[in-house]
Structures are given as structure tokens and as C-alpha cells.
Design a protein around this ligand. Structure first.
Ligand code: DMJ
Length: 630
């Protein structure tokens, strides 16, 4: 399938609204010349006057070039982005080149009409639309600050160590932060970064794919393959038109994605079962299992959105057909009320052990059941129906076996079954589980608003229960932040369900839930993870309740306060329960790929990337929903 032009709802959108969209200095001047009285006067004026006008225009242009760059980067970021560009590939973005290049297609901004409408919608609420535009701008500044640290100290490495000011290759050395960040820069309309990232990819990535060693199939698929495919979609309508020669042709992203996927495919084809091996050696085109011989359930079942979309774009079914076999095979395996153990063997094709959880190694199995089903509209009632059935059964299982309430205040949470039996219930909840509120809400309304779904009578009893659980869990996930001294969630929380409170509290004594949430010593770190803000974004879109935006803003402010590194970038923390928190010296790629993207979308116009037209992969890379099989 050829991808379509940007799938935003285009009605009421004013792409050239100067208030919300950066205009190039060239455009500012030409528009000023064309629209001012000078245009009328010029018909009568002398050549001398005309030349003076041109000179004036030139001077204005020079001033604006200078100012607009400062303005778009703001404050301290100006230095870090504009200095020392010569060290980096594509670092010196040629300003003349900017005029020759078609800019990446920008997401629509609020038109004055929309501002008015949203203000009405939220009248009586504490914040107006323009304040949310301001807050969205703060997230954009944070992204620029994060990128500037990365590009100044780690360009081309997988990740930034912001305190040591150097790079680190923890994901196989494909430059994961560049690719994970690219579509966020496009969505935020930051041409400089989108171009810089695109040019780096064009110059380096194909070569790295052919010569690098071991990579993890899942991480590389969701971050690198996913990032390339969404960048392709956002930068090109798929109609075969290409950018002018100064820019990066969208085909570069697609060709690079194909080359990567061709090598990743060996993980499937060399396995004796439908379950792929976990690791691939790119340069040898070989694959092998993890040291313990096992694959994670979530990893092997979180590849299908990406491989499906690549098949749709390339017209070659081989990617999709290998990846979907995993889910078709999983359909046949025994489950506990739809719930599955967190390990699976690529040798036998069987689940291994009995540990059931929706946190690490389990999480995105459940996410992709519903998202792969949503991705292909025409197959929802046919070929892919089993995925919806598996999802429904699993969510019933979650509600029956895993959901409990804490004491004394009754926070609803999702625990684990480490031995696979009801008796083995553990009140442990990874922050990773906070993807679930968003997934539940999406699964209930299929991406449309709750209001519309209710009006059209589209919700069945399960949908209503899932939506209500989604709202309860989103609150719990938010309280996992609010309960700590820093306002940032720990990696893992335990919930108080019986007996005396044993363990540490989060440190925020004014939290209502200080006696409900227990944080163990080893679980006090925060990796800048996205799951809670991801769910707040989805819940805001679906319920239209502004409290989700407010919660997102509080979380963003806590990230700003405690994780921002002056010289550039943001850092993970060792301990969220003490102020100031100990820092960990790592900026994960998903902070740029997911956390800041979801916050930006949460505070922005709901027409951008609508959830009934787009499905976000587990790394927040949006793919268009495929409407028909042809
Ligand atoms: C990301 O890579 C993805 O969201 C994945 O599904 C889970 N882990 C990280 C973010 O926490």
C-alpha cells in the first residue's frame, strides 16, 4: 500500500498560521513585500526607491535570520546547538540550503478558530488553550535541549551520557537516538533537527547496518525500523515525489528500513519454530538465541506493526508473513485466562516457566494484540479477528486475576503472578505497566472519543469495564509520581494490600497515598520512561478530560527540575525519593522518541495524529492505519 498524505484531519487547519508556525525568514520578507502597501506604491515608484526597498528587505532578512535561529532554540540551547557544529556530520546546516529544501511536513497548529473552540470547550477549567500552547512550547524546548546534548557530545552513538558528556553504544551502534528522535523533530516542526538527523541517517546508517555486529531484534525493530518507517511516512506521501537535492529524499528512509529488515529477518528464518531468536549479527546475517536460550514473550510479539507496515510500503509480503506467524502460533498455545508467561523458547515454540506479568518481558504482548488488529481495518472482522479475541480474553484475565486495590486509600493496580497461580499474587507493579491504561482506552473506543463512542452506542460491557479500569490505572500511575519527593515515579512500586506497611515510602508526606505505595531500595531509579505520559495522552484524547493534561504537566515539570543537565540532555536518576536525587548519567533514546513526543501531543491540538487514523508502535512511532487490503 502506498502511504497517504499526512493523515491529520485537514479540515479547519491553517498550516500557515504565523502565530503557531515558524515561517522561514525568506517567507517573512517576501510576504511582507507582497502584502504591504509598498507593493501598491511600487507600481508608481522610481527604480531608486525600489532599490532602497530591496536594501531594506535585505537588512531585515539578515536580522531575522539571526533572530529566528535564536528564537527557535531559546536560551542556553542556542549555544549548544550553534557552537562547534563542525564536529558533526551535517552539523553546519547551510542556511541557503534551507531555502532550496522542502521542509519536513509540519503537523498542523491551532488556528484562531480552534483556539476559540478549545477555549470554549475548556471554559470554567483553569487553563486556556493559549496556556497549553505555551506549555507545548516548553516541551519543544526540552526536546531541543535533549537533542543538543546528544548532538554535541554523542552524535552517532546510541545514547548520551549527559554527565560524562560522551556517547555510549548500548544498542549495537546504529545511532539509535538519531533515528528515535527524527519523527519527534518532524512532529514538533523543528526543521534544523529533522534535517540534521535525516542527513546523518543518509550518510551513515546503510553502512552501519552492513558492518555492525550484534543487535537485539526487538529493540532494533521498535526503535530503528519503526523510526525509519514513521519518518518515511511523515516526510513523503509515498507518491514517488522526492525532496530537492539539498534535502534527504524520503526513499532513503524506506530503503534503509528494507536493508535493515532484510538482515533482521534471519532471526525468524533461522529459528526452527515460528518464534524468532532474540539477537542478530548484522554483518554476518546470522541470528542466535539469548544466552539462556529463551526469547521474551513481549519481544517476539512486538515486531508485527513494523514488519506489516514495511510490507505494505514495499509491496513485499515477506516481512509481514514472517512476523505474523509469531502471533498465529501464540494463538494455539495454552494460556491462563488469556495471560501468558514472560518467556518463550524459539527451540520448542512453548512458553517457559509460569511467571505472568504485564511489566518487563510481558507488557507489549498485550499492547500489540490490539494494535496489530487496529492497524489493518479491512482484516479486523476476518483474518485478524483472533487477535481481538486474544486481547479481550487477556483483559478479562487481567481484571479477574491481576487487578486489586491498595489499602488504606484504594488505588487500583495491576499485580503479578510469579508462579502463575492465583495464590502467588504479588502486589508489584513495574512502571512499564503504565502503558496499560492507554491501551485499554484505545481498545475500548478504537481511537475515537468516549463521547462519540457512547453516542453511537459502540461500547459493549467489556469496553466500558476496560475504559473504567483505564481511568483508575491512569490515576494510580500518576500517583506513583506524586508520591515521591521528586515527583518522579520509581521503576517499580509495590502496593500495600495487607498487614503492616513494610518498606520505604516515596518521601512526599503530603501525598494522600503515602501509605499505599511502597518503594523498595533497589527500585528507586527513574529511566525517563514514557508509559505514564503515553497513557495520559491517549486518555486525554479519548475522554477529553483536562485533568490528564494537568497531570502530564506536573510530570514534565518534575523532569525539568530534576533530570535536566545544564550542558545538554536529561539524565536518568538513581533515586526518586530524595532531593536532590542522585543522577545516573544516561539519557535513554525513548526520552526523545516517546516521553517528550507524548507530552508534546498531550498539550497540543487533538487533530494531530488522530488515534483512529494512526497507530503508535511501542516506541511511539506513528504508522497510518491501513484502511483497505488493496
Ligand atoms: C521502550 O523501548 C518501549 O516503550 C518498550 O515497549 C518498553 N520500554 C521502553 C520504554 O520504557
Amino acid at each position: 500500500m502506498a502511504s497517504r498524505p499526512l493523515p491529520y484531519s485537514t479540515k479547519d487547519l491553517h498550516y500557515d498560521n504565523a502565530k503557531f508556525r515558524h515561517r522561514s525568514p525568506f517567507k517573512v520578507i517576501t510576504q511582507a513585500l507582497v502584502s504591504s502597501n509598498a507593493r501598491h506604491d511600487c507600481g508608481r515608484c522610481s527604480i531608486g526607491k525600489f532599490l532602497m526597498l530591496l536594501m531594506f528587505g535585505g537588512l531585515t532578512y539578515l536580522m531575522l535570520v539571526h533572530r529566528s535561529y535564536d528564537h527557535s532554540l531559546s536560551g542556553g540551547q542556542v549555544d549548544s546547538l550553534s557552537l562547534d557544529k563542525s564536529n558533526h556530520v551535517g552539523g553546519g546546516i547551510n542556511k541557503i540550503g534551507k531555502f532550496l529544501r522542502k521542509p519536513p511536513r509540519l503537523p498542523p497548529r491551532l488556528s484562531p478558530d480552534e483556539v476559540h473552540n478549545v477555549s470554549n470547550l475548556e471554559s470554567g477549567k483553569s487553563f486556556t488553550a493559549s496556556e497549553w500552547v505555551f506549555r507545548q512550547g516548553k516541551v519543544k524546548e526540552a526536546f531541543i535541549h535533549a537533542w543538543s546534548g546528544y548532538r554535541n557530545f554523542a552524535m552517532g552513538n546510541d545514547e548520551l551520557m549527559p554527565l560524562s558528556k560522551r556517547g555510549f553504544d548500548g544498542l549495537g551502534g546504529l545511532g539509535a537516538t538519531v533515528i528515535d528522535s527524527l519523527d519527534t523533530a518532524m512532529i514538533m516542526g523543528i526543521d534544523e533537527i529533522a534535517t540534521e538527523a535525516g542527513m546523518w541517517i543518509e550518510k551513515n546508517l546503510m553502512h552501519r547496518i552492513s558492518e555492525k555486529g550484534q543487535v537485539n531484534l526487538f529493540e532494533t525493530t521498535i526503535r530503528v525500523l519503526g523510526g525509519l518507517l514513521s519518518a518515511y511516512h511523515l516526510s513523503e506521501s509515498g507518491s514517488g515525489k522526492s525532496l530537492p537535492s539539498k534535502g534527504v529524499k524520503p526513499e532513503v528512509f524506506l530503503e534503509t528500513a528494507k536493508s535493515l529488515a532484510d538482515r533482521l529477518l534471519v532471526a525468524f528464518t533461522s529459528s526452527p519454530t515460528a518464534i524468532p531468536f532474540s539477537d542478530v549479527v548484522l554483518r554476518d546475517r546470522s541470528a542466535h538465541p539469548a544466552p539462556d536460550g529463551l526469547s521474551s514473550t513481549s519481544e517476539v510479539s512486538t515486531l508485527q506493526l513494523e514488519f506489516n507496515y514495511l510490507s505494505a510500503l514495499s509491496g513485499d509480503p515477506k516481512y509481514s508473513s514472517e512476523a505474523i506467524k509469531v502471533l498465529e502460533h501464540m494463538k494455539t498455545l495454552h494460556k491462563l485466562e488469556g495471560l501468558v508467561p514472560i518467556y518463550i523458547s524459539p527451540h520448542s515454540g512453548e512458553f517457559i516457566g509460569e511467571n505472568i506479568r504485564l511489566g518487563s518481558r510481558g507488557d507489549s504482548y498485550y499492547e500489540y494484540l490490539i494494535k496489530v488488529w487496529l492497524q489493518q481495518k479491512a482484516s479486523r472482522d476476518g483474518q485478524l479477528k483472533y487477535l481481538h479475541e486474544m486481547y479481550e480474553e487477556a483483559m478479562k484475565g487481567v481484571r479477574h486475576l491481576l487487578v486489586r486495590k491498595s489499602i488504606p486509600k484504594g488505588l487500583v493496580f495491576v499485580g503479578e503472578l510469579p508462579q502463575g497461580t492465583k495464590d502467588s499474587f504479588s502486589p508489584k507493579m513495574d512502571h512499564l505497566v503504565c502503558f496499560l491504561p492507554g491501551t485499554l482506552a484505545l481498545g475500548a473506543t478504537k481511537g475515537i472519543t468516549k463521547k462519540k463512542a457512547l453516542e453511537q452506542n459502540l461500547l459493549n460491557a467489556d469496553d466500558i469495564e476496560n475504559l473504567s479500569l483505564a481511568e483508575d490505572l491512569a490515576k494510580t500511575c500518576f500517583e506513583m509520581y506524586a508520591v515521591t519527593s521528586t515527583g518522579l515515579a520509581p521503576e517499580i512500586a509495590y502496593f500495600h494490600i495487607e498487614g503492616a506497611f513494610e518498606g520505604l515510602d516515596g518521601g512526599n508526606k503530603s501525598s494522600e497515598y503515602i501509605h499505599d505505595i511502597i518503594i523498595k531500595h533497589n527500585d528507586r531509579h527513574n529511566l525517563l520512561r514514557p508509559e505514564t505520559v503515553e497513557s495520559l495522552f491517549v486518555l486525554y484524547r479519548i475522554t477529553e478530560d483536562p485533568k490528564y493534561r494537568e497531570w502530564g504537566w506536573q510530570i514534565f515539570e518534575a523532569f525539568e527540575k530534576h533530570t535536566k543537565v545544564e550542558s545538554g540532555g536529561y539524565t536518568s536518576l538513581d533515586d526518586v525519593t530524595t532531593v536532590p536525587p542522585r543522577k545516573r548519567d544516561k539519557m535513554e533514546t525513548f526520552f526523545l522518541g516517546e516521553t517528550l513526543k507524548y507530552l508534546y501531543l498531550l498539550f497540543g491540538n487533538t487533530n494531530v495524529l488522530p488515534l483512529d487514523k494512526f497507530v503508535f508502535n511501542t516506541e511511539a512511532h506513528p504508522f497510518p492505519i491501513i484502511e483497505s487490503t488493496s
